[in-house]
Design a protein around this ligand. Structure first.
Ligand code: UD1
Length: 420
């Protein structure tokens, strides 16, 4: 198993190239199931989750060819409709194939994803919406068995909670359904917006893109012709490197970013003292020497993202004063707290609220990555911790960060990937 050895560094300097968004790529790859042509997708990140989904599609009979950051997915030979446990257990987002397979083939089996490190993460809202559209769903022996005896039809769906992959799944199911589907309380995340935009450009009329009410006009089973497109930049990767600049008090420039997607993150970094120079696709952070404490509540887009909560907690350990971080989306997303405490952070947990008493002198030690974003928080803390930190179980990082140690090395971090 690989681990990262990170040494304290005085400062970083230079430019980091931001990769395509993992969370946009996953539904866009699943969307290729709705196409009659080979789908060309550009700007895919090199991360394990993408390879996992492509493997799942290959197992079902699709052809997936990878060329650097581009993939060509041909689902014309897709013959199997069962997403088995061995793959789904490694990546919950495998549930994204349910909507498109069901709407194209009329039947689909997907292993139940189960809980994960950050909480229970049910998929009841996906299933309820598909039932409303005419699907018959049984849960048997750990599998969701879905069929559509009379095809999928449009209807009015109201999500009780905003769900990102739930919205993506139902948008894809609705794309080939008969009639008009309305989703109220839809997710407005940029990754959902891009999925809707590509479908709209491929002949599925979608109204309300980027709002909480989506209206999808299905094609009644007719497969789509999807032209080549480019995945949007990863706003969470970008946010993580902005935090790297802030925590090391270093001027860093990010290129190939979409600043509009980072509103809440930039605003919190500004509250903490950083300033920015922003162009259409670059952001340069000018950090302050004294980091100010902050209050953060995680919520759905466009509010502050839960996927940036752990990184800001690492940054808050270096703020002069008390920061309060409230996690509203996932019940158990504080696994990084005990590891940061082992590095010397002063953090108290009370339910879903963490109080971070800064500033703490962090010291390097052995720590364990517990989930994707928790891992990047440990990397940030290690950059400023005394001496040397070894971060174990970094397979979590590899799921979602493209070439993290190479990108940080290029801007001067002392970071090495080693074998246990
Ligand atoms: C997606 C992102 C993940 C991010 C999360 C929240 C992908 C691949 N993953 O995860 O990185 O942290 O959005 O922004 O895009 N819920 C239910 N029932 C459901 C579905 C969700 O109760 O059927 C609850 C969840 O437990 C959670 C909340 O709704 O409390 C939001 O979850 P959701 O938006 O669905 O997260 P994911 O799509 O799994």
């Amino acid at each position: 198993m690989d681990y990262l050895k990170i040494q304290n560094v005085a400062s970083l300097e230079g430019t980091i190239n931001i990769s395509g968004a993992k969370n946009a790529s996953l539904p866009l790859i699943a969307m290729s199931i709705l196409a009659k042509n080979s789908v060309h997708i550009k700007n895919l990140p090199h991360v394990v989750d993408i390879r996992t989904l492509l493997k799942l599609l290959s197992n079902l009979g699709a052809t997936c060819e990878f060329f650097q950051d581009r993939v060509v997915v041909d689902t014309s030979n897709l013959s199997k409709t069962k997403a088995t446990y061995d793959i789904v257990k490694t990546m919950r987002a495998s549930i994204l194939v349910l909507g498109p397979i069901l709407s194209r083939f009329g039947h689909c089996e997907v292993s139940l994803p189960g809980g994960c490190a950050i909480g229970q993460r049910p998929i009841d809202l996906h299933l309820k919406a598909l039932e409303q559209m005419g699907a018959k769903i049984d849960i048997k022996a750990g599998y969701i068995e879905a069929t559509t005896p009379n095809g999928l039809h449009g209807c009015d769906i109201i999500f009780d909670k905003v769900t990102v992959t739930g919205t993506a799944n139902i948008v894809m199911a609705a794309a080939l359904a008969k009639g008009v589907t309305t989703i109220t309380n839809a997710a407005r995340e940029p990754e959902v917006v891009q999925l809707c935009e590509v479908l709209h450009a491929s002949g599925v009329t979608i109204k309300g893109i980027g709002t909480a009410i989506l209206e999808i006009h299905g094609t009644d089973g007719e497969l789509l012709t999807i032209e080549e497109f480019c995945v949007i930049p990863d706003r969470i990767e970008a946010g993580t490197y902005l935090c790297a600049g802030a925590i090391t008090r270093s001027e860093l420039t990010l290129k190939n970013v979409e600043p509009k997607h980072l509103g809440a993150v930039l605003s919190k970094l500004e509250e903490m003292g950083s300033r920015f120079t922003i162009t259409d696709d670059t952001i340069t952070i000018h950090p302050s020497k004294n980091i100010k404490p902050v209050k953060i509540v995680t919520q759905e887009y466009p509010a502050f993202p839960t996927d940036m909560q752990a990184q800001f907690m690492a940054l808050a350990t270096q703020a002069e004063g008390v920061s309060i971080i409230e996690e509203r989306l996932f019940e158990n997303r504080f696994m990084h707290v005990s590891e940061l405490q082992r590095m010397g952070a002063d953090i108290t947990l009370n339910g879903n609220t963490a109080t971070v008493n800064g500033k703490s002198d962090l010291y390097g030690t052995d720590v364990m990555a517990t989930d994707l974003r928790a891992s990047s928080a440990l990397v940030l803390a290690a950059l400023v911790a005394d001496k040397e930190t070894n971060i174990h179980r970094i397979y979590h990082l590899d799921r979602g960060y493209d070439s993290l140690e190479k990108k940080l090395h290029l801007v001067g971090a002392k970071i090495q990937r080693l074998k246990e």
